[in-house]
Design a protein around this ligand. Structure first.
Ligand code: ABN
Length: 178
């Protein structure tokens, strides 16, 4: 059995010559990094978080003091519903702008597209609460009719001071499909 002893001795010497302690540590490190990346390390519940986030998003589409509220899809300004008014009424002491910005927003409630009139409320210093800047379908300033970063109070004769913006649904957008 001497040949068997020599065979294993030769094999172990070759392995020992080819590998060092450093390369063994590198191999173990690589294995651990690979295992951490491919295996689920801790058994925690990710589904609950997603369900909560989806619920929060939907709640905000119904909350007229949140920028995610469905009628604010093309708004740029302070929300009057955070400033003593509501989604469609100006706060007491202000007057509604004569000029408006019209946007089209899809309601998640019935899936239809609505024309939304974004009027500014004027005559009092800027409200400063709940600034929203959604700007869907807005175009740069040189396309005047398609730009919403404008003080619509400028058309009022009494005062051009901007306070906040309301979003009144004024019609249903035609699809053109008949
Ligand atoms: N339409 C809201 C607004 C007012 C002043 C300046 C920019 C935008």
């Amino acid at each position: 059995m001497r040949w068997l002893d020599e065979f294993f001795e030769r094999g172990s010497r070759q392995v020992a010559q080819r590998t060092s302690r450093r390369s063994a540590l590198i191999g173990i490190g690589r294995f651990l990094v690979g295992a951490a990346a491919t295996l689920p390390v801790l058994p925690f519940d990710r589904v609950a978080n997603h369900a909560h986030a989806a619920g929060a998003g939907k709640a905000k589409r119904d909350d007229d003091t949140a920028c995610e509220y469905w009628r604010y899809c093309a708004i740029d300004g302070w929300l009057c519903s955070c400033c003593g008014g509501s989604v469609s009424t100006c706060p007491p002491g202000t007057e509604v702008s004569m000029v408006v910005w019209i946007g089209t927003c899809r309601s998640h409630l019935d899936g239809r597209d609505y024309l939304i009139s974004y009027n500014d409320c004027c005559g009092v210093t800027p409200c400063g609460r709940c600034l929203c800047n959604a700007n869907i379908s807005e175009r740069p300033g040189y396309r005047m009719g398609l730009h919403n970063d404008i003080n619509w109070c400028m058309g009022n004769s009494k005062s051009t001071m901007y306070h906040c913006t309301v979003a009144a649904a004024v019609g249903i957008a035609e699809t053109g499909k008949g």
